[in-house]
Design a binder for this molecule. Structure first.
Ligand code: NAD
Ligand code: DAU
Length: 353
């Protein structure tokens, strides 16, 4: 089949990006998928081993902050669309090193928008700049209510402020230059290939190694969890059918208090590892709270379900079981990502708390 579209996916070696790249490479042989990734600590080409030799897949190592490089890349390939996931994505790291987040998330997005605009102005057939964002831009909820697409922005961490800033830039390019854009804001993802600095894989890894499970504050913060492949399916739909200039909220309708989620994971792991009940629960340790810790996120995804017919396919029981199973069956992956700098990061983040 001839190639009819060249699509640039940024951050495709990361957690969500790798699931999106795989989905597009497999479902759309008529698209050439270019995965642009700097391969930071969070990027890992092992995530894509199963598709790396597919004829419609190309990996490019590069930095979205490098404006000249991005310009030349767009000149060379004349992409017809961009799905932009590359970012610094971890709130805790943004508290330690905010400027890294400003560079990648704000300047990097600005560079991609500028190159897309230049391509469009040259008469290229550019049909979509799709920006992947987060529910954290809306701030924090109290005990009730949901984030809708109309909720005012109120970012409260350097990470969410940098993502909010990039969302604003994307909309400004749509309004000012008529760049065809679409934005989605998603809740917490979980599933295979997530770097074990984020809650669910960190808990799984610590239980495996009988290490303490660090719970920030009292564990009462609430997140809305979505299986990563459900997010990838939503991204596919929004890319192809989302209305340009619009925003779509994506969520799991699946709120969990951190301590309840961790307790559930402990029970699952005890069963899977044939350990006595309560073995993992004893590892739970309450530690100093995250600075500025948002209390609750929860998404109203009625717009994407009403307009595009998207719903999460997996319930949480099944998703968590699949996730735990994946980490248990992919110990090599886990060992690879926790070698090197991971120990330094972990000691700094937790042992000094
Ligand atoms: P991740 O940290 O696992 O992956 C980010 C990827 O971007 C990595 O492969 C990394 O190497 C790459 N990258 C970082 N800086 C780069 C640069 N300067 N140039 C090129 N590549 C660079 O992140 P993730 O959890 O997969 O999140 C992906 C996107 O989805 C992010 O934009 C994030 O804000 C958004 N998001 C994440 C979640 C979540 O729960 N993980 C939820 C909603 C939205
Ligand atoms: O809501 C979407 C966001 O979800 C994404 O935009 C981010 O990229 C993604 O990292 C995630 O942010 P969170 O800060 O919610 O995820 P994290 O896994 O870091 O933490 C989830 C909750 O668990 C949060 O309330 C903090 C808490 N936590 C986290 C860690 C790592 C702990 O109690 N202990 C921990 O060790």
């Amino acid at each position: 089949m001839g190639i009819i579209k060249k699509i640039l996916i940024t951050g495709g070696a990361g957690f969500i990006g790798s699931h999106v790249v795989r989905r597009f490479v497999k479902r759309y042989p008529q698209y050439q998928i270019f995965n642009l990734d700097k391969l930071t600590y969070a990027g890992n080409l092992e995530n894509l081993k199963d598709i790396e030799h597919e004829p419609n897949y190309t990996f490019i190592k590069g930095d979205i902050v490098d404006q000249e490089f991005i310009r030349k890349l767009f000149d060379k390939y004349n992409f017809s669309g961009v799905i932009h996931l590359a970012a610094e994505s971890h709130v805790d790291r943004s508290i330690t090193n905010p400027m890294e987040f400003v560079h990648t998330n704000v300047i990097g997005t600005g560079n991609l928008l500028t190159a897309s605009r230049e391509l469009m102005d040259r008469g290229g057939e550019f049909d979509c700049f799709y920006h992947i964002s987060t529910d954290e831009v809306y701030g924090s909820l109290g005990d009730t209510g949901l984030f809708t697409e109309k909720t005012p922005y109120d970012p409260r961490s350097p990470y969410s402020a940098s993502k909010a800033s990039s969302d604003h830039l994307v909309r400004a390019f749509s309004h000012t230059y008529k760049l065809p854009v679409v934005v989605s804001n998603c809740s917490n993802n979980y599933g295979p290939n997530q770097f074990p600095e984020k809650l669910i894989p960190l808990v799984i890894n610590n239980i495996l190694n009988m290490k303490q499970i660090p719970v920030y504050g009292k564990g009462e913060n609430i997140r809305d969890w979505l299986y990563v492949e459900d997010h990838a399916a939503a991204i596919d739909l929004v890319y192809h059918s989302g209305r340009k200039g619009e925003t779509y909220n994506i969520g799991g309708n699946n709120e969990w208090k951190n301590i309840d989620l961790i307790t559930k994971l402990c029970e699952i792991m005890d069963r899977k590892l044939n350990r006595k009940p309560e073995t993992s629960g004893q590892l739970i340790t309450f530690v100093k709270d995250r600075a500025g810790h948002d209390l609750r996120y929860a998404i109203d995804s009625s717009k994407i379900s009403g307009e595009l017919g998207w719903e999460p396919a997996l319930n949480f029981e099944t998703g968590l079981a699949k996730t735990v199973e994946w980490y248990l069956n992919n110990n090599d992956w886990l060992q690879n990502v926790i070698s090197g700098d991971y120990e330094n990061y972990y000691d700094k983040q937790y042992l000094e708390r």
